[in-house]
Unconditional design. Structure first.
Ligand SMILES: [Zn+2]
Length: 83
């Protein structure tokens, strides 16, 4: 097993899991084995936030979620809107 750096996706390359290589390739499919290529993961931060907010909603519905202090809550919203 070799270490896989997420940073390598940022060069515009795609990864074939079958050939275990990074390719500079415009297509969605590996030119050598035809398997679907993995592209740079997008919106991973957004997804993580979405998942976190879903968990908060779940906690709210279960009645176990405690509201943070109002100041902290507003800061959090302002931070999210910036992005
Ligand atoms: Zn391949």
């Amino acid at each position: 097993m070799k270490p896989v750096g997420i940073g390598r996706y940022s060069t515009g390359q795609k990864r074939c899991q079958i050939c275990e290589i990074f390719l500079k390739w415009d297509g969605l499919w590996c030119p050598c084995c035809g398997y679907r290529l993995r592209t740079r993961p997008r919106n991973s931060k957004f997804k993580a936030e979405l998942r976190a907010s879903n968990e908060i909603d779940k906690a709210k519905s279960l009645g176990v979620y405690e509201h943070p202090p109002i100041q902290a809550h507003q800061k959090h919203i302002a931070h999210k809107r910036k992005h």
